[in-house]
Design a protein around this ligand. Structure first.
Ligand code: ADP
Ligand code: MG
Length: 558
């Protein structure tokens, strides 16, 4: 029988995964259990929307069986199963090159859970197993198939016998080596611990045959050995639990389990609303910008559940674009199960939930800014750009929502400050909020135009992001103070200056005219300026569009 080769990229990735720096092998179990749970979800969802199917809750479960003697660990489920094509398509291709490149870039950063970010969870089985066998029978299919692989070399698929619908994953656990022990993955207590740690909230029973010793029922002074099937997980989804019972670690585990990101979230928001709208949600503000965040590949959205059943992976309508970095899930009893994507967009309940979520995120960010400034700065460095885009987009419709969340680098503080902080320390006679645009802080520091403003003791906001000035144009003012570029014609600083300029201009007319002639196409006018301190010359603009904005507009594709 010939082996089908993994696609070239898959092979590379698989080798790398298996041999790379995993700090935590135990997560393979989490991955396989969540696949099993997904598979049961699918059958459950089908039954709810298909009259010909019924879902008898008791017959759906996941089972973990360890066979120490033969070093076999089996995870079986009564989920939807896989056809031959499913086995080929789902287990035969691993990640695409984009993820591969990302992995390479991040290879050296230790301590991250690397599997999660690809959705290649299944392959984590090879971290602990030499051989992985998958026996599966799909719902509605007469045949069952066996997929088998020893890792990077490829896989085989043959027909086989299996009575019931579902999937069995059988792992031949590796032998211990000098520095690595694998025996633990055959130990009952250890497996139980891993299930509890990562998969406690899985909604279906995860069963194990547990052995132990206990007092006899009829005579408590005598003991007996027992073996019985037990359900290991509590089955209560984390979002239905009481916040007080949960630790930050629980939320972080959920974040990793769900593959929301490979970082640790900065903050979680646990919402339980029980009023005119009813829903539970767990939202996360990630720490790091996802590698594709500012690309068109990035898809925003929250997972959407209807009474505990997943109905959509990325419901975009739940998040405004400017909060697109938020990850998490929403579960509501008020949504119908077989609602279509189009109908969902117009769903009143969903709109109300979205509005509610938006304000919760905003107030969480405000609290963070107020109480945990360093964390907020970290957040802003990752996602501030998106907030600024938010101000700019929709013709500034969201400016009231977002302006207090913005931060800019300050000439005075030499760090990020808010607009409120700027305005609150403005000297009384200062009319405008001054800003200077440039490529970097160092470059702006050297701008001749900043001198006259800083000499007055006024603070300048440094705009180094190309979106900054565009966003500010949408705000036009903050607390009734208008924004003013330090390179604009009239700085509103010295009333007398302009008059003096006129006489100076008059006296030096010949020189100025000569200069203007030489620079004909390059400048509109040449004038004497009182604005310069230690620099001989500077460029300034009259109109709305500053030099920096012009540069950006010119660089934009038409
Ligand atoms: P992901 O879960 O992120 O899609 P995985 O590598 O974990 O990636 O799994 C790949 C695919 O294989 C799944 O999407 C699913 O279609 C299929 N699969 C894996 N395990 C099972 C299972 N126990 N039952 C049914 N399908 C499965
Ligand atoms: Mg998976």
């Amino acid at each position: 029988m010939s082996k089908t080769e993994f696609k070239a990229e898959s092979k590379r990735l698989l080798e790398m995964m298996i041999n790379s720096i995993y700090t935590q092998k135990e997560i393979f179990l989490r991955e396989l259990i969540s696949n099993a749970s997904d598979a049961i979800d699918k059958i459950y969802y089908r039954a709810l929307t298909d009259e010909n199917l019924t879902f008898d809750k008791d017959s759906y479960y996941i089972k973990v069986v360890a066979d120490k003697e033969n070093r076999l660990l089996t995870i079986s489920d009564t989920g939807i199963g896989m056809t031959k094509e499913d086995l080929e398509n789902n287990l035969g291709t691993i990640a695409k090159s984009g993820s591969f490149a990302f992995k390479k870039e991040n290879e050296l950063k230790d301590g991250h859970d690397i599997i999660g970010q690809f959705g290649v969870g299944f392959y984590s089985a090879f971290m602990v197993a030499d051989v992985v066998t998958v026996i599966s029978k799909a719902l509605g299919s007469e045949e069952a198939y066996k997929w088998e692989s020893e890792g990077a070399e490829g896989y085989t698929i043959v027909p086989c016998e299996k009575e019931t619908v579902g999937t069995e994953i059988i792992m031949k656990i590796k032998e211990n080596t000098e520095d690595e022990s694998y025996d633990e993955f055959l130990e009952e207590y250890r497996l139980k611990g891993i299930v509890k740690k990562y998969s406690d909230f899985i909604r279906y029973p995860i069963k194990m045959d547990v052995t132990g010793r206990r007092p006899k029922e009829d005579n408590e002074s005598e003991f007996e050995d027992y073996q019985e099937e037990q359900t290991i997980n509590s089955m209560v989804p984390i979002w239905r639990k009481n916040k007080n019972e949960l630790t930050t670690e629980d939320y972080e585990n959920f974040y990793a389990e769900k593959h929301y990101g490979y970082d640790k979230p900065i903050k979680h928001i646990h919402i339980s609303v029980d009023g005119t709208i009813r829903y539970n949600a767990i939202l996360f503000i990630p720490e790091k910008t996802p590698f594709d965040y500012y690309s068109k590949d990035f898809e925003k959205g929250l997972e959407l559940y209807s009474s505990g059943v997943l109905i959509m992976n990325k419901c975009a309508d739940l998040l405004p674009d400017y909060f697109s970095f938020v990850k998490g899930m929403v579960d509501s009893e008020d949504l119908s199960l077989n609602i279509s994507r189009e109908m969902l967009q117009h769903d009143r309940q969903l709109k109300m939930i979205a509005k509610n979520i938006k304000s919760k995120i905003k107030s969480q960010l405000q609290t963070l800014l107020k109480n945990e400034r360093e964390m907020y700065v970290q957040f802003f460095e990752s996602f501030g750009r998106q907030l600024k885009f938010g101000v700019y987009n929709d013709f500034g419709m969201n400016k009231d929502e977002l302006q207090d969340l913005l931060m800019f680098y300050s000439s005075k503080e030499k760090k990020l400050v808010t607009l409120d902080e700027y305005v609150s320390r403005m000297p009384e006679e200062q009319k405008y909020i001054y800003y200077a645009s440039g490529e970097s802080i160092e470059r702006i520091d050297r701008l001749p135009q900043t001198e006259v403003v800083t000499e007055k003791g006024y603070e300048i906001l440094y705009f180094t992001d190309d979106i900054d000035e565009f966003a500010i144009k949408m705000l036009t003012a903050y607390q009734e103070k208008e924004f003013k570029s330090v390179s604009s014609g009239n700085l509103g600083i010295d009333e007398e200056a302009s008059k003096e300029n006129e006489t100076d201009d008059h006296e030096n007319k010949e020189l100025l005219d000569a200069m203007k002639n030489i620079l004909t196409d390059k400048v509109k006018d040449v004038r004497i300026s009182k604005r310069l301190k230690s620099h001989p010359v500077c460029l300034s603009t009259d109109g709305e569009v500053t030099i920096e904005m012009e540069k950006i507009l010119q660089a934009m594709p038409d």
